[in-house]
Design a protein around this ligand. Structure first.
Ligand SMILES: [Cu+2]
Length: 83
């Protein structure tokens, strides 16, 4: 099992840019409209981000070089709660 730290170092070596998939549990997601709102909020700030929202499991996956903290803030700014 490779630790998260080692994975990050590996990515930095390969791409010289850190692109991680951030997964966040967002319990306030209730429907596709919520998914759309969250996707648009993230894309407004990070146009290169790849955003996937699993409405049933209430999980937001973001492939981005932005920090987890900044993605959390973008989701909270549109009225959703990150666990
Ligand atoms: Cu909704």
């Amino acid at each position: 099992m490779v630790s998260k730290d080692q994975n990050i170092k590996y990515l930095v070596q390969v791409q010289n840019k850190m692109i991680e998939t951030i997964k966040l549990k967002v319990p306030s997601i209730a429907c596709e409209a919520c998914a759309k709102t969250i996707t648009q909020a993230i894309k407004t700030h990070e146009s290169d981000a790849e955003v996937k929202v699993d409405v049933d499991r209430k999980i937001v996956s973001v492939k981005t070089d932005a920090s987890e903290e900044s993605i959390k803030q973008m989701i909270e700014a549109v009225g959703h709660t990150v666990e």
